[in-house]
Design a protein around this ligand. Sequence first.
Ligand SMILES: Nc1nc2c(ncn2[C@@H]2O[C@H](COP(=O)(O)OP(=O)(O)OP(=O)(O)O)[C@@H](O)[C@H]2O)c(=O)[nH]1
Ligand SMILES: [Mg+2]
Length: 130
Amino acid sequence: MDDIFYFVDLPGYGYSKMSKKEQEQVGKFIEHYLFNRKEISLIIFLVDIRHSPTSNDRLMYNYIISSGIPCLILANKADKIAITKVDNYVKSLQKDLNPIGDIPTLPFSSERKIYKDDVWNFIDDFFQQL
Ligand SMILES: Nc1nc2c(ncn2[C@@H]2O[C@H](COP(=O)(O)OP(=O)(O)OP(=O)(O)O)[C@@H](O)[C@H]2O)c(=O)[nH]1
Ligand SMILES: [Mg+2]
């Protein structure tokens, strides 16, 4: 049992077609979940590598920070930009969202599974250190 962990995919925001009221309810649910679920070891926060963080990204980021739960930021959709530019995009995303630079930020592509090994290595190391 000791080695078992689960990924829980929380509902998104932003481009999902939700009314203001639904967005509020989802926001409350996420906040409640993050602050009350003691089993959460690590939050993996996926944002779009191509854009500077939206107001919703920042809102979510602030929830995450105030929850005190360790976080890994994934700069997703890295397949959309030239491989030579990925590092710079990741750096500027981190600078924008987490200027102190204490939250690890890695590139990723959930569609193409590139950078998957680095992310698994991070997760392995993270659980080793627990
Ligand atoms: N090119 C590319 N497209 C992606 C990637 N990840 C997600 N997408 C696309 O982005 C859209 C949204 O993906 P979802 O996985 O539904 O995003 P989500 O944040 O879970 O959305 P909600 O939970 O509905 O808010 C889909 O059209 C995906 O195909 C990626 O790594 N690369
Ligand atoms: Mg989703």
